[in-house]
Design a protein around this ligand. Sequence first.
Ligand SMILES: Cc1cc2nc3c(=O)[nH]c(=O)nc-3n(C[C@H](O)[C@H](O)[C@H](O)COP(=O)(O)OP(=O)(O)OC[C@H]3O[C@@H](n4cnc5c(N)ncnc54)[C@H](O)[C@@H]3O)c2cc1C
Ligand SMILES: Cc1cc2nc3c(=O)[nH]c(=O)nc-3n(C[C@H](O)[C@H](O)[C@H](O)COP(=O)(O)O)c2cc1C
Length: 843
Amino acid sequence: MTPPRTPDAPSATAPGTPPSVASVASVASVASVASVASGVPGGQDTPSVTPSPDRTPRPNAPLSVAVVGGGPGGLYAAALLKRLDPARDITVWERNAPDDTFGFGVVLSDETLGGIEHADPTVYRALQRAFVRWDDIDIVRRGHTLTSGGHGFAALGRRTLLRILHDRCEELGVRLHFRTPAPPAAELAGDHDLVIAADGINSTTRNAHADVFHPRVTTHRCRYIWLAADFAFDAFRFDIAETEHGVMQLHGYPFERPAPGPHPQSGPPGEPPATGASTVIVEMREEVWRAAGLDECDEQQSAERCAKIFAEALGGRPLRGNNSAWTAFRTVVNERWSHGNTVLLGDAAHTAHFSIGSGTKLAVEDALALAACIEEHPSLPDALTAYEAERRPVVESTQRAAAASLRWFEDLHTYLDQPPHQFAFNLLTRSRRVTHDNLRLRDPAFTRTVEDDFGCPPGTPPMFTPLRLGGLTLRNRVVVSPMDMYSATDGNPGDFHLVHLGARALGGAGLVMTEMVCVSAEGRITPGCTGLYTDAHTTAWRRVTDFVHEQAPGTAIGVQLGHSGRKGSTRLMWEGIDQPLPDGNWPLVAASPLPYRPGVNQTPHQLDRAGLALVRDQFAAAARRAADSGFDLLELHCAHGYLLSGFLSPLTNHRTDAYGGGSLANRLRYPLEVFDAVRDIWPGDRPMTVRISATDWAAGGTTADDAVEIARAFAARGADAIDVSTGQVVPDERPEYGRSYQTPYADRIRNALRVPVIAVGAISSWDDVNSLLLAGRTDLCALARPHLYDPHWTLHAAAEQNYTGPAAPWPAPYRAGSRTPPTGRTDAPRPRLTLTGKPKPKP
Ligand SMILES: Cc1cc2nc3c(=O)[nH]c(=O)nc-3n(C[C@H](O)[C@H](O)[C@H](O)COP(=O)(O)OP(=O)(O)OC[C@H]3O[C@@H](n4cnc5c(N)ncnc54)[C@H](O)[C@@H]3O)c2cc1C
Ligand SMILES: Cc1cc2nc3c(=O)[nH]c(=O)nc-3n(C[C@H](O)[C@H](O)[C@H](O)COP(=O)(O)O)c2cc1C
């Protein structure tokens, strides 16, 4: 079901809603294992979901369990289920031999280890003994190595991990069949109470029921190969090689430390080398891989070529494969995770790009959750439903982080010219799980250097660093994003707008934007929209800008000019989103005669030459009025499916004249003509921005690549910044909501074109604002809904960061409240003395 929407807003259930933001933000790092570094726990060897001694056997509890696949997920699930009920008959089928494993090192996080510690201390202790630990990440680019510390990683060889799990399964009495493909899924389901499909990314069990699970597999554009080096890196290492064929990257981490004593070059076959070992993944875009001829190399040749390319990182040592092949990463998503008594687990259910090191972690956590749910629920269907309900949000959050990381590496070439520290910070924060605040704690010196390079004055968070746009200097990087309030009469902004915009200006943002202000009565979305098409409107807006300039000096106020196009003549947001008016509808115009929702909205008239000229002139006249009204900045609204956006998208522009057709150049023509007309009128020293929908989130619509070209065209005509939103162009869009979900589009445009951008969409914490700015993903951050929640969002962000400088001054009448109010209160006497240590000796 499509979630409810405001005419120009994402759905109320859109991303960035507090729970998802909080849960993502609370995970400091997928690979942080700082807390496990404290040592091996003692305590009872008891599972966390201990069966009570008087437990009566549940008639529906699965007693016979078939596990397809002896990877970490399947083995751990088998061990846990057997441990919880030794009467269970559990069989694992693994098509490979016990030592026949692919891959090399596996990184596990502290969260996962905490779960394992509680559920099965025996496995935990064995893992602890095998771990290699380290804290640093080295980022090597153009001959410079930057090191960021304090991260906390733990890794071990996949072979060692599997051996620990094999031993545990055997000890507990799980039947392990190696070198034996599992019987067909249907047969297993008939013969067993429960079938666990832990058969990896190509799961045959999943594919046998594809009509139920509905797997969606997305193949990505980079190629990578997993190799190993017979020495231990002393840090996580990212090396960027700029070759004649394009950019290649190495991801390396240790998983075996060298054994003490004299070292042979490598250990006995199947054993870890006594010199230590590291995982080395080499990755690049497909076109680079082909251009380099790596597509024609076998395993040995690939290892040799990669060793040569990254000779410096490897100290001239060789690389070796282990049935290694070049692969394109595939993200697996399933609509359902269970079918009857068959349940998906680990890679069979979901994958997450290796660059956030989560595949094994997720599989092991799935096993923990499945075992716990089976123990806790009275029937198998309930248990499987609970398992999916528990795991799906965690997996989806991890997949979002992994997707951001994957895309970052795909687009790595666009970041190469960033200053060294910004590049390193960008890399470290790429999945958005590590933030500025996390890094400040982990490595204050590194973070200070990034801030200094960015130009932060001492003691000033990045968001309070000024920015110059054209002739306007914004004192901080926070923008109140345009928000239609649907509260005008005949286009006139009234007291509501004065108070609403005035409050937000007092609230400290560097730039406060009006809602979309319409260039004609027919160009309104609803009867409650404001306009700038009469002199009365100019006077009314002047009252607002005067208030802002007088009462909130230093805050800029910008106007967003737009025309509703085919999305006009609808009801107020709270009376029926995108619904035509009950009566008094006015005729609509658009690029093409296509209704927004066929059968619901009117069919607009296609603008002819005269109509195009008329609307263009209306924009110019509104720009004149905007200048007279005293606005500091003007934004042209070319997003969200309104008139100008309707020209840009191939889904809404079916014209065959010079303003449409298949070419983007034609689709750009009219919006650029309007831009030029406005730019001519709008005072040269006042900046102009353009808001675009950088993707339509719909097949055949505007793509991120198109958005770069659209931004390039506006920037070439004199746009001072591009305000990068997405979607709302067609009703059947499928946005990928999530924290800061639109920022990758802003990032792409900024780094491809070196044009200032405004990022918007589910950015809600000041930590995210600081992180996005420092990483060079945006120049300004626009926040909409957070400013409905808190008009003083920026002042509060300043207070929380102990910032009292000139970029966020509290209005004099509010200064008494400029500190975070104390929370909670106790009347109990505070401890006056702490008696620790030995009594003082008597003099
Ligand atoms: C080539 C490669 C290398 C990797 N290396 C690393 C790494 O170094 N570090 C890391 O963190 N992650 C690595 N990963 C990712 C990681 O292995 C997975 O995310 C993780 O192992 C998932 O665990 P799993 O138990 O769900 O599946 P897997 O580990 O994939 O295990 C599935 C098992 O099922 C078996 N199987 C499949 N079909 C059948 C059948 N019909 N009958 C019997 N057995 C069957 C397979 O042989 C396999 O052993 C790698 C992935 C790949 C593809
Ligand atoms: C009530 C409301 C009205 C909006 N009206 C406009 C508008 O007039 N023009 C516009 O470009 N975007 C409009 N938007 C979209 C916001 O500017 C912003 O892009 C979007 O809400 C995502 O940011 P957020 O996650 O910080 O809310 C509106 C959003 C809301 C919530």
